[in-house]
Ligand binder design. Sequence first.
Ligand code: UDX
Length: 439
Amino acid sequence: MKITVVGTGYVGLVSGTCLAEVGNDVLCLDVDPEKIRILEEGGIPIYEPGLQEMVRRNVAAGRLHFTTSIEKAVDHGTIQFIAVGTPPDEDGSADMKYVLAAARNIGRLMTDYKIVVDKSTVPVGTADLVRATVQEELQKRGAQVPFSVVSNPEFLKEGAAVEDFMRPDRIVVGAEDEQAILLMKALYAPFQRNHERLIVTDVKSAELTKYAANAMLATRISFMNELANLAEKLGADIEMVRQGIGSDPRIGYHFLYPGCGYGGSCFPKDVKALIKTAADKAGIDLKVLSAVEEANDLQKHVLTGKIKTYFGDLSGKHFGVWGLAFKPNTDDMRDAPSRTLIADLLAAGATVTAYDPVAIHEAKRIFGDKDGLRYGDSPAACLEGADALVIVTEWKEFRSPDFDVIKAKLRAPVIFDGRNLYDPKFVRAAGLTYLPIGR
Ligand code: UDX
């Protein structure tokens, strides 16, 4: 099948590449010539395990192409995926200008049947807007070209996006007409494996499903974070509580890990957007979700709180920080808890040396030349001259450190662990003070 993907961000690039991998003829469009140049030369503008090799393989096989030409892009695909960004507006609602610009281009230039697929995370009702936008452009030039609009939200986890696309739990397709449903089923047939993964819904339900999934997951995390804070005060161990409740199949073990707050490009943005949509479009105050957001904002300061309780005045103190990315296996720092922590520490007069296996370049871009913030080229380098170690991201390489070395290097010696990586007994037996979350 001929497919166009508009937008070569995480979602667009992963989707386009994986669709090429199963034999489709895919053209990816981006307005940023620099991104397209990198891609054409076999590089990728983001860090995502397994993606680079897959891009190269499919470019070499002639199934994956890149362009900055809107004309070529609209002409190419029968299926036109819109996978552009929807950055939050000032007020928290998703900004639809890129999505609607893509729809406008399709309507302006298409000459034969197209399925316009919303892949970006868009508020409920966007498919209607996209349909109206395409229609309006067709009318402007007096053209009558048939088209369908489909909502097909992505459920990709950064760091596991290729695997998630190739072996999905479910594929949600919101469509209203038979022709579109048939084509979408054919498109996703290679990803079905041993049972049907495709769930066909109406368009609005598909749009809401994406927000519902992320809101539910964010709720679990904020709930566990609050319970962890409580467990700590009561002298209970959240890790034991987690196992005790996770064994109930209605609860399950996944996504029950307390920490120093959730971050990333999806949860914070989608939770905000759903609260806003509910208030503006339905007059409903989503109280649970507002509390989820509030709890997360507080949780991002939980490490600072512990550090201040331990040291009192932080001026002149120096901290080693392990982990900058919002989670392992990505260089993404959008809404990362590390940003809150570092800002808090610097504001309190402390200095920081931070290390991350892949996100240092991103941190440099975000923080610029900040007084008091340096980067180490290894986990050990962050410990030099530090009073304490603070762990923010659960990268594998932090899981089995040499505690004797840590103890020898730190002045205090204390570890503040925002991801509960170690057995408290083991670390304490090594002679360190260990302050994890909720235990
Ligand atoms: C998420 C959804 O999982 C995905 O389905 C959706 O399409 C996009 O948003 P992603 O943002 O890549 O994916 O990351 P995810 O692995 O879900 O983690 C989100 C945040 O939650 C991270 O900051 C992580 O550290 C935190 N988290 C996750 C916890 O604090 N505890 C947990 O138990 C799980």
